[in-house]
Design a protein around this ligand. Sequence first.
Ligand code: FAD
Length: 390
Amino acid sequence: MPDRAPQPVDRQLPTDEARDLISLVRDIAQREIAPQAAEEEDAGRFPREVFRLLSESGLLGLPYDSEYGGGDQPYEVYLQVLEELAAVRLTVGLGVSVHTLASYALATYGSKQQQVEHLPAMLGGGLLGAYCLSEPASGSDAASLRTKALRDGDDWVISGTKAWITHGGIADFYTVMARTGEDGPRGISAFLVPGDAAGLSAAVPEKKMGMKGSPTAQVHFDGVRVGDDRRLGDEGQGFAIALSALDSGRLGIAACAIGVAQAALDEAVAYATERRQFGKPIADFQGLRFMLADMATQIEAGRALYLAAARLRDAGRPFAKQAAMAKLHCTDTAMKVTTDAVQILGGYGYTADFPAERYMREAKVLQIVEGTNQIQRMVIARHLAGPEGR
Ligand SMILES: Cc1cc2nc3c(=O)[nH]c(=O)nc-3n(C[C@H](O)[C@H](O)[C@H](O)COP(=O)(O)OP(=O)(O)OC[C@H]3O[C@@H](n4cnc5c(N)ncnc54)[C@H](O)[C@@H]3O)c2cc1C
């Protein structure tokens, strides 16, 4: 077997603290995540203990306020941590991204009292979060969601089914978008629901093409009762909160995609320099050299794009268009690069003896989650040409 140890990416980081953080993440990734990744993905096993370790190490609340247990890190640093994690195992990188997404509504729109009460446990207390927007009949058209929250005195009673929920059935808290008023986007509110709430249950996880270690399941809300103190933001503000969370979440998906693509490129380079045909390494053939050069160039472009969007966000500037562009470009790049990596490994690339086929299966989902790449194009076009049908 060729030595396929990945070369660390040469990162431009803003502080010594960020450099230490990346070293810590690389250490955890190589010691605690990489050795089991292939086997556990095959077995469909979620690495709960890895998430506990990440929480203890301060890595589950990086972009949030340290007053509530967060890491006070700029997005450009947090995203590079995600990239490093996703490169060794997407289930972990994407899981951290989803946990961060699930914490967003409380961290950004919650009252001081709600934040003091719940955030420290979410950001550094070992809890794992889930984000519940999609439903069986509403995916891209998320504003048509039907899960209802009805007022009953000081409580809300939530009923309905959410679909495709990452960490569904194993999460400790669920950020849930439910209808509290009129049809359409203005009738939706956000709620923080504990994982052990009476009436909350999860279906058997979906059987997926990839990321098999990450449970994705329908979550049923059968008269789940929560106090009004668990409503996040204003009544009717839930959809705006959900979309605002996704602007940031998409950057997480972009970073994960570049991690997967980088891992595939590293593997392809290592293989191509070892494997010999026609008396020389296959990396000597220009047909493959050009493929490798294109793969590396698209990855660098993707990394630069997500970091540019992150730096806008860190500067408090609008970044939604750039986040959609980053998600689109980085996930399409991951699909192309991982497919090319399988090609470069030839027949071996098509077997589970090498991780290239896993990377290719993982890349596909990134073109679908948190807004399909068709939806990203719609978002970008709206920024360019205004809303459709004016
Ligand atoms: C592994 C996995 C994990 C997920 N995790 C979560 C999660 O944690 N929380 C959550 O809420 N959701 C989650 N999702 C759901 C995900 O966000 C949706 O699958 C996605 O938004 C697409 O919705 P859909 O599957 O219903 O497809 P649809 O919306 O039915 O789309 C089907 C096809 O039509 C296209 N399409 C739809 N509308 C348009 C349009 N206007 N113009 C052009 N093309 C269009 C789409 O791009 C797609 O190709 C997850 C999904 C997967 C697969």
